[in-house]
Write a protein that binds this ligand. Structure first.
Ligand code: ZN
Length: 666
């Protein structure tokens, strides 16, 4: 599971790149930032080398995600890339600039659908301009295959109804037939659900079930349903072979137990056997000492409407030992937090196992962690492994630092926070409360609680992700304001919670709406979760005005009047959501999400967007990666050099040229 920046308030107002060199590019609703990797230079050579090989592996799977997101993504991207590289026409015209912007958006979203809203991009150039522009570039540069696919490429870009949304979660619609993602081909939702229900039934009673369907496409051909497994020799073999090549290199320089773990991951990529993936995950959870660590694989299932299939992602990181004190205190007290959790005692874990938490510095992001990236990660996702072996949780300090630096002084708080006292607290404690909330969410929240006898953990289906994020968020919110946090020395006072609560409610009820297109509802799991929590607490505390709407000079503000009561409401809601998860109560979960988490008030939506736009703040932030280069003397590697590129498009073109290992059709 992943945590994303609460507001992603990355912004600089109207500052230029000279004033803020860490802002690399801005287009549409996106700002691209640079993150730094402090401490890399002083790592021992073999750790630098390990990072280099893992970083190569992290870049090698990029095309997999494109194809997973939509089967036409690779041909569309490649057609645009050839055009943008070779177009001989006027590059100053408005329509040409719109083509370039479209490609930048495709790179950012790893496809033609918005990375957050899942809606297909609307091109701001005409089809006739585009087809004429394509004719100005020699056909040989595209190659026969792309030329043959050109009509379909155009239809994909210009036909509004074709691949309309990446992930359709609308209640009551066939989510498989109407989603553009490439996880299922030719099946109805009922057929997909039945396929995995039967698989689960055959495996009933197995205390160590594999994550069915995690690493395959499900296809119906000639009336038969089959899984196409993502492995060496299977679907996506071109990219997976490259990943394995670099993992082999990494294994050579790694030490035990990491060496063995990398071996398990390689074996999983070679065989596609999900038991090997579990073996790797168990080894990975147990390894809390290796300074350099990484994720590489099919991990998160947010993109599958049924919640089985995982998108490919990667990151490479190393420990930030000075910042680990905070998470060390939290994980040392994990049992205390679990024992005092406001959920039904039957659903508390009797023994919290191996919650290991650390603060890390990322050195490379790839796949579904790039260019938009989470600020916290908690893995593995398999419930039985979490119960038996615990989980590993990280917060990514150099990413939150980069967001915070870009957000400073952007006018956001002045516009949306009514009371001076709240603004002061957010200014003072905003980063601390965000960091702590992420730590609690990742390190304890996701790992907390247990399922009732006979419940498998996937009963909540398409509502599972939202409810799981809500559970972890509520755990974090509830404890952020616990007096024990002061006793543990994690916060100076309840003011840190007040800052966090005020910001959370503001974001969940108002400002996150800036990310939604007019007329749309909320689709993304983390956004649904925030809205769900805020609206539920608002309604429960309405009579006593715990949270209140105020209007000043024609502008709406949301104000928390009673922070203690709000904390109590977080606890009550956690109690209910834990019950839903533990009992697998699909209907109650569905009702909660549909009632509180999805629908947007159009007037409020319009107001938020207008006020937000007036600040010139892009609601989404993402990153360029640093670059690494082996320094050799003869054949001997003597150092690994890091540099920070300042050109987003150049990095994307470079990745497409050097790390593109899949055919147009997979
Ligand atoms: Zn989470």
């Amino acid at each position: 599971m992943m945590t994303w920046s609460l507001g992603a308030l990355a912004s600089c107002g109207t500052a230029t790149q000279e004033e803020k060199p860490w802002i690399v590019d801005r287009f549409d609703d996106i700002k691209v930032l640079r993150y730094e990797v402090p401490g890399f230079e002083s790592l021992p050579l073999e750790q630098k080398e390990l990072i280099y090989y893992l970083a190569q592996a992290a870049k090698s799977g990029r095309d997999i995600l494109y194809d997973q997101n939509c089967p036409m993504n690779l041909p569309v991207r490649r057609t645009l890339e050839v055009l943008v590289a070779h177009y001989p026409g006027n590059r100053e015209s408005g329509e040409w600039k719109a083509v370039v912007k479209y490609l930048k958006k495709v790179w950012f979203a790893n496809g033609i659908h918005h990375h957050y809203s899942n809606d297909k991009f609307t091109p701001e150039f005409s089809e006739s301009f585009f087809t004429e522009a394509l004719k100005t570039v020699p056909a040989a540069l595209f190659g026969d295959e792309l030329i043959a696919m050109r009509e379909e490429v155009c239809r994909t870009i210009f036909d509004e109804e074709f691949f309309k949304t990446r992930l359709n979660q609308t209640d009551g619609e066939d989510m498989l037939l109407t989603s553009a993602s490439n996880y299922y081909q030719g099946l109805t939702q009922a057929e997909g659900e039945r396929f995995y229900a039967e698989m689960a039934a055959r495996d009933a009673g197995n205390p160590e079930p594999v994550s069915y369907g995690l690493n395959s496409q499900l296809v119906k051909r000639d009336g038969r349903i089959e899984e196409r497994v993502w492995k060496v020799g299977g679907m996506y073999t071109g990219a997976i072979e490259q990943i394995v090549y670099w993992l082999e290199k990494a294994r050579e320089v790694a030490h035990e137990p990491q060496k063995t773990n990398i071996g398990a991951l390689i074996s999983y990529y070679r065989t596609g056997d999900l038991r090997e993936f579990d073996r790797y995950n168990i080894g990975w959870v147990k390894d809390t000492l290796s300074n350099v660590d990484f994720n590489n694989g099919f991990i998160e299932t947010y993109g599958d409407p049924l919640g089985y299939k995982a998108s490919w992602e990667a990151n490479v990181n190393f420990m930030d030992s000075t910042a680990c004190r905070r998470t060390q205190i939290i994980s040392d007290n994990a049992q205390w937090f679990e024992d005092h959790s406001p959920v039904d005692p039957a659903f508390r874990k009797k023994t919290v196992r191996g919650v290991s938490a650390k603060v890390i510095t990322v050195a490379m992001l790839g796949g579904d962690c790039f260019p938009s990236t989470p600020i916290g990660i908690n893995l593995p996702n398999a419930d039985w492994i979490r119960k038996e072996y615990g989980s590993k949780s990280v917060t990514i300090d150099n990413i939150t630092y980069a967001y915070d630096r870009a957000a400073h002084g952007n006018g956001f708080n002045e516009e949306f926070v009514l009371r001076e006292e709240d603004r002061e607290r957010i200014d003072r404690y905003g980063k601390l409360s965000d960091d702590l909330h992420t730590d609690l969410h990742e390190c304890l929240g996701h790992g907390s609680g247990q399922l009732a006898e006979g419940v498998q953990g996937n009963e909540l289906r398409s509502y599972g992700s939202t409810l799981e994020e809500a559970r972890a968020d509520l755990f974090g919110l509830y404890y952020l304001g616990d007096p024990h946090m002061v006793e543990l020395g994690l916060v100076p006072s309840f003011d840190v919670a007040k800052a966090g609560y005020a910001h959370y409610i503001l974001n969940g009820m108002m400002t996150q709406l800036a990310r939604i297109e007019p007329g749309k509802n909320i689709e993304e799991a983390h956004m649904r979760n925030r809205k769900l929590i805020c609206e539920w607490c608002y309604e429960r505390g309405r009579e006593d005005r715990v949270i209140e709407w105020r209007e000043v000079d024609g502008k709406r503000y949301i104000v928390v009047n009673d922070f203690e009561r709000l904390r109590g409401l977080f606890g009550e809601m956690l109690h209910e959501i834990q019950r839903i998860k533990s009992e697998g109560d699909y209907e109650a979960g569905r009702l909660l999400v549909e009632q509180y988490g999805v629908k947007v008030d159009p007037d409020l939506h319009k107001e938020v967007r207008e006020r937000y736009q007036a600040l010139h703040i892009e609601p989404y932030g993402g990153f360029v990666n640093p670059e690494y280069e082996l320094v050799k003397e003869g054949n001997r590697i003597v150092d690994v050099r890091i540099s920070y590129p300042a050109d987003y498009s150049a990095q994307m073109m470079d990745y497409s040229k050097n790390y593109s290992f899949l055919p147009n059709r997979n």
